[in-house]
Design a binder for this molecule. Structure first.
Ligand SMILES: [Zn+2]
Length: 346
């Protein structure tokens, strides 16, 4: 077997320590190799140092030059993981200060390791604790407000495949149920109301509605939306209650009166009322109204009292239904004048 070739696992692993006699404060570096000769591995370290690798060990080699090394143990291992376990045991017992990470990993392995670690429940709990703490929240807020982060997010969510994914997620029954429950909580309702009451949101909404109503399609969309809203039983009840409020009634009346006062509106209304079908409809409505039992009873009662005669304060006897007309008559005024004269004389 050639000395330069590295045997395949399972094989002997040699665990070594690299150090400097002239720097006894350093406990050194612990590693392992499958090379039969440790010197091969040391050549590898020297080469890496020369290439300018940043790890602490290579910095020290560049600074200090020639180093010493010793074999700690030769142990037959099934695989890399097992060799690392033994290496770690030595690293821990010697507290080798030039090893930066335990167990000694390559960059790719480190990435994998950090991924596994970040997925671990412990790490997750740590993250959650941080992000729900005041300083974590503040950090997150500041992070999300960074222009480059906003731009990145926007670009991400604008991707068609992301949009599709998000839509599919939002359409999931359990997600819909969850969202509805969330939106029905008092805090969320209050927050939404407060948000919609802000001037810029109001202005935005108004601008949007104006833009919509500028086109026939937009208006159709608005009408359809309003009709859908009106069709809801709770909306009907709410609307009725709204219209029954005295201040609303007064407002509507004033608005109608103002509108009715314009000549165009009057003309329009007259033209409308002159239409034969409208006339027929109104006449039918009037008849139907007069035919209702309550109205019939009311009319009957009024007619019954119409003919009865009552005495006016002037002394004359008049029909009840012509009493107000009589009070304006010359006869009544004269009689009253006479009565006043008599009163003064007495
Ligand atoms: Zn009278």
């Amino acid at each position: 077997m050639s000395y330069s070739r590295v045997p395949e696992w399972p094989c002997d692993a040699r665990i070594y320590r690299l150090f400097w006699d002239e720097f006894p404060e350093d406990t050194g570096y612990v590693g392992h190799t499958r090379h039969l000769l440790l010197s091969r591995r040391m050549t590898g370290h020297r080469n890496k140092a020369r290439e300018g690798q940043k790890a602490l060990l290579f910095q020290k080699i560049r600074e200090r030059g020639k180093f010493q090394y010793e074999l700690l143990e030769t142990i037959f291992c099934q695989n890399l993981d097992e060799a690392r376990t033994h290496e770690k045991r030595w690293y821990r017992s010697l507290k080798s200060n030039l090893n930066m990470i335990s167990p000694f990993r390559t960059e790719d392995e480190l990435k994998k390791y950090s991924q596994i670690r970040s997925q671990s429940s412990e790490r997750k709990a740590q993250k959650k604790a941080y992000y729900t703490s005041p300083e974590g929240k503040a950090w997150w807020k500041a992070y999300n407000a960074r222009p480059e982060v906003i731009a990145k997010k926007k670009a991400y969510y604008a991707q068609p495949e992301v949009q599709t994914k998000m839509k599919a997620y939002a359409a999931r029954p359990e997600v819909i149920v969850r969202r509805k429950a969330y939106e029905a909580t008092p805090e969320v309702i209050a927050r939404k109301k407060a948000y919609e009451a802000t001037p810029d949101v109001k202005a935005k909404k108004k601008a949007y509605a104006e833009k919509l109503s500028a086109t026939p399609e937009g208006r159709a969309k608005q009408n359809a939306y309003a009709a859908k809203h009106r069709a809801k039983p709770e909306s009907k009840v709410k609307h009725k209650a709204y219209l029954a409020k005295p201040e609303v009634k007064a407002k509507l009346k004033a608005r109608y009166a103002k509108r009715y006062a314009t000549p165009e509106f009057k003309a329009k209304r007259e033209a409308y009322l002159a239409k034969p079908e409208v006339k027929a409809k109104r006449e039918a409505k009037r008849k139907a109204y007069l035919a209702t039992p309550e109205i019939k009873a009311k009319l009957k009662a009024r007619n019954a009292t119409r003919g009865t005669r009552v005495e006016c304060e002037c002394g004359s006897e008049v029909r009840r239904d012509s009493l107000s007309r009589h009070r304006k008559s010359k006869k009544h005024l004269k009689l009253i004048q006479n009565l006043e004269k008599i009163n003064l004389a007495v």
